[in-house]
Design a protein around this ligand. Structure first.
Ligand code: ATP
Ligand code: MG
Length: 360
């Protein structure tokens, strides 16, 4: 079937389409295939998305989680944020399964919004962190046992170490020789992961992918309007969502910058994101959480370095590369970022503590 005809047919399973329909790719996401649907007779625009089954082996679980989460959020809306709305199919299903066994779903398009790839203003960090904190807070009453793990072992950090050890043990090539220092650095920080598992951390439903581009901002890129991309929202610790913001918002350069001397933490961004997150979550955080936020950042950065290095040793099967040492450079980048945090640990702890004090 002609791709355009096919997309129209799929959209027609969700919406009563008459006249002209324009379906155009939104190429911002990396995982799923996303399209914008516009019809001449319908005022609202829609987002059509095909679930990537290479990443999500159990799409039914992804959809069940999504419905549970959006329904729960809709029960108690927060006037500051818009709700993500899922459209039912004409036969009242939540997804459409095509002949190729692909899963499709449709969201209401939130107009007058935009996303950003990199934090350019500390206020954006505060806004995004507040929205992610609000997401955790509003899901607090939804039982984490009712939400599936949509990627197996995603939050099993010991398993990440096992995979790296396996990759290193099976590899005797030049690649392993190239990363002996990095393996050593990581080996000396397994203690963070052990410390994490020794804490009495509550299981919560967390977003698990708190990058800046999973926030829809208003047209002016000032206010966070909606948290999107809920496919790996699953049970985990709030430290992870906080840590992934520190990891992805504060780095002065891109995650694959090869000049390690350029890597550094933007402290103003750190301050603002911590402020936004704690403002929303202070009310529910336990001591084990408030006292260990920085450990969350260290863990998430360490895990990212482990994932990049594992992929480098396994021959670049997961992350796309543009040159041979791309994954090694990414791992070094994260290692350098972690060293920056360690070097000024006291400063970051003080920032966190002062904000916690003000909010409790
Ligand atoms: N409800 C919506 N309203 C407006 N735009 C949206 C909506 N949902 C998604 N988008 C747009 O589509 C893009 C991709 O969506 P999404 O983040 O869900 O895809 P993804 O492939 O899972 O992304 P990632 O690479 O982060 O995993 C977003 O960056 C945003 O620009
Ligand atoms: Mg996304």
């Amino acid at each position: 079937m002609d791709p355009e005809v096919k997309l129209n047919h799929i959209a027609g399973n969700f919406l009563k389409l008459r006249g002209n329909t324009l379906i155009t790719p939104i190429s911002k996401g990396l995982i799923n295939d996303t399209y914008l649907i516009q019809n001449e007779h319908i005022k609202t625009k829609y987002v059509l998305q095909k679930i990537n089954q290479n990443v999500f082996r159990e799409p039914e679980k992804v959809m069940k989680n999504l419905v549970r989460i959006v329904d729960h959020l809709a029960k108690k809306p927060d006037p500051r944020y818009k709700l993500l709305k899922l459209e039912k199919t004409i036969v009242s299903g939540t997804y459409y399964l095509d002949e190729q066994q692909d899963y499709w779903r449709v969201f209401r398009y939130l107009d007058h919004t935009d996303t950003i790839d990199k934090v350019t203003d500390p206020i954006q960090a505060r806004e995004a962190a507040r929205a992610y904190g609000n997401f955790i807070k509003r899901l607090n009453r939804l039982n984490p046992g009712e939400v599936f793990e949509t990627i197996k072992n995603f939050h099993n950090y010991r398993d990440r170490i096992v995979k790296l050890e396996k990759a290193a043990a099976e590899n005797s090539s030049q690649r392993k020789k190239n990363c002996l220092n990095e393996l050593d650095f990581i080996g000396n920080r397994i203690k963070y992961i052990e410390e994490y598992y020794s804490l009495p951390l509550p299981k919560r439903i967390i977003h698990s992918d708190t990058k800046i581009d999973n926030i829809l901002f208003d047209d002016q890129l000032e206010k966070a309007v909606c948290v999107i991309d809920l496919d790996i929202a699953m049970p985990g610790s709030l430290l992870y969502d906080y840590g992934d913001m520190v990891r992805s918002f504060t780095n002065r350069v891109k995650e694959d910058e090869g000049d390690m001397s350029k890597i550094g933490i933007n402290q103003e961004v750190f301050y603002n994101l911590t402020q936004g997150f704690i403002e929303e979550t202070a009310i529910l955080m336990k001591n084990a959480e408030t006292n260990n936020l920085l450990l969350g950042a260290k863990i998430v950065i360490l895990i990212q370095a482990i994932r990049n290095l594992t992929d480098y040793l396994f021959g670049d099967v997961y992350y796309k590369i543009n040159y041979e040492t791309h994954n090694l450079v990414r791992a070094r980048n994260q290692i350098t970022l972690l060293s920056c945090i360690e070097k000024d640990e006291k400063i970051y702890e003080n920032i966190i503590n002062s904000i916690v004090e003000k909010n409790t």
